[in-house]
Design a protein around this ligand. Structure first.
Ligand SMILES: NC(=O)c1ccc[n+]([C@@H]2O[C@H](COP(=O)([O-])OP(=O)(O)OC[C@H]3O[C@@H](n4cnc5c(N)ncnc54)[C@H](OP(=O)(O)O)[C@@H]3O)[C@@H](O)[C@H]2O)c1
Length: 286
């Protein structure tokens, strides 16, 4: 299987490269070697490499910054996936695209199924939703995986931020009224490989961690793990605060738990995120 990977230097991109099955080959591209907003470049790279699959791990992921950089977020999250879908169709490749729990408004009280009504609260969510719509219109057989609260040993994420903030602090105020499911990027990579290997039907799939928490509970798990693994000798007390007490440019859903029954029915195990936190914590330089 020949895979063209975009965003290869991001969390998911790097985890995907680490897990490439034997016998598969990958052309791993980053924003320098393949800017997905450049249709001509996308078309020429795809035409030359002739991939069987295009995995789009590239995205504009700065949720707050997107509020003031709407045009850039739109180019990367809407036009980029559209370009990839067009190029994929031209060479008969299947597109795998990643989306987010932030397409929902968080007003639900039970986990969101794939068909639930979307209503993004911010620019990031809106541009990601438009990317999904473009991909599914151009290539109905594409795999679109919505995931949430992504962390890994790579890049920037909540686990690394907590380990950094922990130093020298007696207490930390962390938001305790937003609920979601942390997801290890390596498990997303593994999940999409399962879907590809079994040629799962096209469409949207939800994939996330196997239990829900608030951000403050997530922080507690990270600190407990850091103490246990002796990565930190002291951790701050976590004080739960409200979203109103921690204002951010982008509004976030209060509840963005995803129902993952559909992907589980394809044989994919959900991300055992607490175990993965332990793994990641031991690999972080504090
Ligand atoms: N992170 C989360 O918490 C989260 C939650 C839900 C869903 N997701 C989704 O999961 C997917 C993977 O996220 P991630 O956390 O792995 O993202 P990430 O670490 O931020 O990586 C994104 C990558 O995309 C690249 N990129 C940006 N603009 C590009 C362009 N025009 N052309 C090519 N590459 C470009 C970036 O490269 P540069 O750094 O060089 O710009 C970066 O390496 C994304 O679709 C994201 O929306 C993420």
């Amino acid at each position: 299987m020949k895979v063209l990977l975009t965003g290869a230097k991001g969390q998911l991109g790097r985890c995907f490269c680490d897990r490439l099955p034997t016998g598969w080959s990958v052309l791993a591209t980053d924003s320098d070697s393949l800017d997905i907003t450049d249709l001509e470049k996308v078309q020429s790279v795809v035409a030359e490499y002739q991939p069987d699959v295009i995995v789009n791990a590239a995205a504009y992921t700065a949720v707050d910054k997107a509020e003031s950089e709407q045009d850039v977020a739109m180019l990367i999250n809407e036009i980029g996936p559209k370009n990839l879908a067009l190029a994929a169709n031209a060479c008969g490749a299947r597109l795998v695209h990643i989306s987010t729990d932030y397409v929902f408004d968080g007003e639900a009280t039970a986990p969101y199924v794939e068909m639930a009504a979307t209503n993004p609260l911010g620019v990031y969510g809106k541009t990601k939703l438009n990317g999904e719509l473009a991909v599914s219109e151009i290539q109905p057989a594409a795999l679109i995986i919505r995931t949430a609260w992504v962390f890994s040993e790579y890049g920037n994420n909540f686990v690394k931020t907590m380990l950094r903030l922990a130093q020298g602090r007696e207490s930390l105020g962390i938001v305790a009224d937003q609920r979601g499911c942390p997801t290890y990027a390596g498990d997303i990579a593994a999940a999409l490989l399962v879907l590809l290997q079994k040629e799962a039907p096209g469409g949207i799939y939800h994939f996330c961690g196997n239990s829900e928490v608030t951000w403050s509970e997530f922080a507690e798990v990270i600190f407990a793990s850091a103490l246990q693994q002796k990565v930190l000798t002291q951790v701050p007390a976590v004080n739960g605060i409200t979203t109103e007490q921690y204002p951010t440019p982008a509004k976030r859903p209060k509840y963005s738990v995803l129902n993952c029954t559909k992907i589980r029915n394809e044989g994919v195990e959900l991300s055992p995120w607490k175990e993965r936190v332990s793994f990641v914590v031991t690999r972080c330089q504090v």
